[in-house]
Design a protein around this ligand. Structure first.
Ligand code: HXC
Length: 483
């Protein structure tokens, strides 16, 4: 009996034509309990091997739901750990196509230990070689924890489901009636849980996305990221009748920061991750003059761009991913502060906001920041400020940097003056703006290196990154701990 061709075909569709070399195709379990001796598919429900993707080597595996539900027993696990061990030795990425009911129930603890041995290697490889999980079908239990340990999770819309416990168990324990899609479909994981970095329309699209992600990442942390031909950026956005370049002249007007990202990076190179999760911070890969970079930007059109718990965790993991794999960080700042409120404080914004702070401070790749419009308080510091070790911080003309916005600030420092004469509000607001928020003030004390015009920004980014090229020396920096 041979494995149905479909999973092998999927792997072959992922990799360069003719490059897939399978190993373990004849492996079978030796379990006899529960009549398992009559169900011994060759390969034990997973296709494993090595291949090349865009000319670069990789380890690959694909689970087969038509063989024992893609469930993971001892032999199935041993095949996957062989791919991971190969990746560790050859220093190459691992891409898994997942479709598994989790630990094979009939194999008991041997199946659980199989997962343990995979998790152990996922962690040992973290930050050393890129690990990608492409979830194509229903994945339960251990089949979702391995993806969560990897760098990028891609889910196929409609067919991929991920949950620790399935609808039947949920019904029995909590009496909630939920469908597979409600419990673990791509919508919930793209928007609410943040588990999925990318959602694909179909299997081919999922494989395209996996190849696209690999195109930004080095083969390992000891290699340089792949270069592409340089491309000019899109034009910077223009606003209002006078065509103000960059951000809207009205500082309270929301706008989509992705327009600014596209005005700086190579046209067509921006690949946003976790687009619908914590939309108040934008994260994604891009290229500048063909060289991969990681972009982190506050998004004024969602929660006014405030940092909150989800944004902090999303940003932190992305910053650590980029740092681990030697991608310079380009940070675009327009942030009014941390989101205030009981929910945020009780939810641990102190502990979780610290993750983003930690990630930036820890990063040793070239780091540059452009303050587009405002940067206030703790959020100013967190967003890759000079004092956190950024190599360069630029600001656009008119950007406001301060401990807090003018409205809140004057209520504190001019409380008595305002109580005595409320009509002085406008005058005091202006005084605060002039004396505490003007961009030349942080430039005077080197918190901002230079004030640059929106139209100059691309050139400044290109020159700054070129000047820091030698700081990119490939090496192991740290792992990519799940956040
Ligand atoms: C053994 C399994 C299996 C499993 C599925 N199968 N999951 N066999 N162990 N974990 C078998 C089924 O018996 C069936 O066999 C075949 O695979 C297809 O399964 P279906 O249920 O018919 O498929 P589908 O309707 O598509 O549903 C897929 C599914 C469901 C949602 C994944 O199978 C399911 O809920 N499975 C159990 C999931 C689960 O609770 N796993 C957790 C294990 S514990 P036949 O012979 O009828 O074709 C775990 C612990 C790890 O993983 C801990 C990590 C921290």
């Amino acid at each position: 009996m041979t494995l149905p061709a479909t999973r092998t075909q999927r792997l072959e569709a992922l990799v360069d034509p003719g490059s897939f070399r399978e190993f373990g195709s004849q492996a079978r379990h030796r379990v006899t309990a529960f009549g398992m001796d009559r169900k011994r598919p060759a390969g034990d429900g997973v296709v494993t091997g090595t291949a090349r993707i865009d000319g670069r080597p990789a380890g690959v595996f694909a689970q087969d739901p038509s063989a024992l539900g893609g469930s993971l027993g001892e032999v199935h696990a041993a095949k996957i750990t062989a791919v991971l061990d190969h990746a560790a030795r050859a220093r190459v990425p691992v891409i898994g196509l997942l479709d598994s009911g989790g630990a094979r129930i009939q194999e008991g603890v041997a199946a659980l230990d199989g997962y343990g041995s995979i998790f152990f290697r996922n962690v040992a490889l973290s930050g050393r070689v890129p690990q990608l999980s492409v979830v194509l079908g229903a994945c339960a239990g251990g089949a979702v924890y391995s993806p969560a340990l990897t760098d990028i999770v891609i889910m196929q819309r409609g067919t991929a489901h991920m949950f620790v416990t399935g609808p039947k168990v949920v019904r029995a324990v909590t009496f909630e009636d939920v469908t597979l899609e409600e419990l673990g479909g791509s919508r919930i994981h793209a928007s609410a849980s943040g588990v999925a970095h990318l959602v694909a329309d179909d299997a081919d699209h999922a494989l395209d996305l996996a190849r696209a992600v690999l195109g930004y990442l080095p083969t390992s942390c000891w290699d340089e990221a792949p270069l592409a031909p340089p491309v000019d950026p899109e034009p910077m956005p223009r606003w209002g009748p006078d065509g103000t370049v960059g951000v809207p002249a009205d500082h309270r007007m929301p706008y989509d920061v992705r327009g600014i990202v596209r005005g700086v990076v190579d046209e067509g190179s921006f690949l946003e991750l976790q687009e619908q999760f914590a939309g108040n911070i934008v994260t994604g890969f891009a290229r500048v003059e063909g060289r991969p970079v990681g972009v982190v930007a506050n998004q004024p059109q969602v929660l006014a761009g405030c940092l909150d718990i989800n944004a902090s965790e999303k940003g932190a993991r992305f910053v650590r991913l980029c740092d681990a794999f030697g991608l310079p960080l380009l940070v675009l700042v327009d942030v009014p502060g941390f989101l205030p409120g009981l929910g945020q404080e009780a939810g641990g914004i102190i502990r979780k906001g610290a993750k983003l702070l930690y990630a930036f401070a820890e990063a040793t790749v070239p780091r540059m920041t452009v303050v587009l419009r405002k940067a206030f308080g703790g959020a100013y510091i967190v967003m890759n400020s000079k004092s956190l070790g950024a190599d360069r911080v630029y600001s656009w003309p008119g950007a406001e940097l301060a401990v807090m916005g003018a409205e809140g600030a004057i209520d504190v420092i001019f409380r008595r003056d305002l109580e005595a004469d409320p009509s002085r509000r406008a005058e005091l607001l202006q005084r605060y703006r002039d004396e505490a928020m003007a961009p030349h003030l942080p430039a005077e004390r080197l918190s901002v290196d230079e004030v640059v015009a929106p139209d100059e920004t691309r050139d400044v980014v290109v020159e700054t990154l070129a000047g820091l090229e030698r700081a990119l020396e490939p090496r192991f920096r740290h792992d990519n701990l799940p956040q």
